[in-house]
Design a protein around this ligand. Structure first.
Ligand code: UDX
Length: 440
């Protein structure tokens, strides 16, 4: 089989590389000539573990190629995937679909025979139907089928998520479209991956509902964590205690500084808008959006409180800036709210992140950027752990204590045990867990 992937962003590149690994011929198309040149030279524009090897291997095998020429890319394809961006539109929070519609129009104009046009970008309910209208208008007939195939890839483990998904969702109205996509995903039948065939609108909504539900789970446990702090309970034990109930499930119950990233903030907001417009407001998701935004800002207040009510004149070391580990992505990262708030409070910040420094430099001003973990800790009155990179999980605590002006830590990801930290002489604060009893 042969497919084209329009858009070599995160989703397009990972999906294209993974389909080629399954034995399909894949042409990745992007308008950005610089990006295509870099990809041709084997340079991967994003940080995703394993992606560079996967791309190199399949390029070498002749199954994966890159071009800026859309017409050449889509020629003779069984399916063409649209994986272009759908950013939040400034002002109203709606997903901006101009790139999706432009791509659909271009594909419909360029394609040389019947094919299936598949939307992989996260698009609001009803978009597939509009894409169908566009291609029918351009071609004056129905030789292009339209399908929706949302992705559920997590940054940092996207290849594993693609190769071993919990499920594949395919929204399509016709047998031709269903058969083409079934054939593309045939390798997954071997792992008995459930493949759900639905209507276009249902597939589109599954994506938003899944992300909103996960965001809601995180927000729920974050608020339970706040309550734990007030009543002396331990949120990790609460999460385990409820998560063992199969109806709840233990995943995405890790309390922290609030969710960020390229999906949850954007998708929850888009779902809220869609639901309001359809006169079926999902109030619980509206609240999730509000609570999460406020939470990121509140994390700075937590640090200030731990520093005795003011950070004026203090040096604060920050470990981790990306919205989660194993990515260089800073989009909607909690650090973007926490760092400026601490600066406004009069603190001097020193920071380090294993992969996010380049992007962080672009987005944050006035920070002393450090080469490694221990440099960021040097002379600090307080250390704040914002992202749970593995490299921060086993710090040399004696060295840390020796480097700090005061042994004070705020661990927003609960990667240390309060009792261990107390034993090491740290004044340690985490999320939703009681401080260790004195003398522990
Ligand atoms: C998410 C979805 O998981 C994926 O299916 C979808 O297609 C894209 O969006 P991603 O944004 O890459 O993936 O990261 P994810 O691992 O889901 O984490 C999102 C945010 O939630 C991060 O900021 C993370 O730190 C936070 N999180 C996650 C928590 O705070 N607690 C948790 O228990 C889980």
């Amino acid at each position: 089989m042969r497919i084209a992937m329009i858009g070599t962003g995160y989703v397009g590149l990972v999906s294209g590389a993974c389909f080629s690994e399954f034995g399909t011929d894949v042409v990745c198309v992007d308008k950005d000539a610089g990006k295509i040149d870099r990809l041709k030279r084997g340079e991967i524009p994003i940080y995703e573990p394993g992606l560079d090897q996967l791309v190199a291997k399949n390029v070498k095998a002749g199954r994966l190629s890159f071009t800026t020429d859309l017409a050449e890319g889509v020629a003779g394809c069984d399916a063409v995937f649209i994986a272009v961006g759908t950013p939040s539109r400034r002002g109203d929070g709606h997903a901006d679909l101009s790139y999706v519609f432009a791509a659909a129009e271009e594909v419909a104009t360029a394609v040389d025979g019947p094919t299936v046009l598949v939307t992989k970008s996260t698009v609001p309910v009803g978009t597939g139907r509009k894409v169908k209208e566009i291609v029918d208008r351009v071609r004056g007939g129905g030789d292009i089928e339209v399908a929706s195939n949302p992705e559920f890839l997590r940054e940092g483990s996207a290849i594993e998520d693609f190769m071993r998904p919990d499920r594949v969702v395919i929204g399509a109205d016709t047998d031709e479209a269903r058969e083409t996509l079934r054939a593309l995903y045939r390798p997954l039948y071997l792992n008995e991956t459930p493949i759900l065939f639905t209507a276009l609108e249902t597939a589109e909504l599954i994506k938003y509902a899944a992300n909103a539900f996960l965001a809601m789970k995180i927000t729920f446990i974050n608020e339970v964590a706040d309550l734990c702090e007030k009543v002396g309970a331990d949120v990790q034990q609460v999460a385990r205690g409820i998560g063992l109930d199969g109806r709840i499930g233990g995943k995405f119950l890790h309390a922290g500084p609030g969710y960020g990233g390229s999906c949850f903030p954007k998708d929850t907001l888009a779902l809220v808008r869609t639901a309001q417009e359809a006169a079926a407001p999902i109030r619980i998701v509206e609240t999730v959006v509000e609570v999460n935004e406020a939470r990121k800002r509140r994390m700075a207040e937590k640090v200030v409180a731990h520093c005795g009510g003011s950070v004026e004149g203090l040096t604060i070391g920050v470990l981790g800036l990306t919205f989660k580990p194993n990515t260089d992505d800073m989009r909607d990262a909690p650090s973007l709210a926490i760092v400026p708030a601490l600066q406004q409070g009069g603190a001097t910040l020193r920071a380090y992140d294993p992969e996010g420094m380049a992007e962080a430099r672009r987005l944050l001003d006035g920070v002393t950027w450090c080469q490694d973990t221990y440099e960021a800790i040097e002379g600090a009155d307080c250390l704040v752990i914002i992202t749970e990179w593995n490299a921060f999980r086993n710090l040399d605590l004696e060295r840390v204590r020796g480097l700090m002006k005061r042994p004070r830590i705020v661990d927003l990801r609960n990667i240390y045990k309060p009792e261990d930290m107390a034993e090491q002489g740290f004044d340690y604060l985490s999320v939703g867990r009681p401080a260790a009893p004195a003398g522990a």
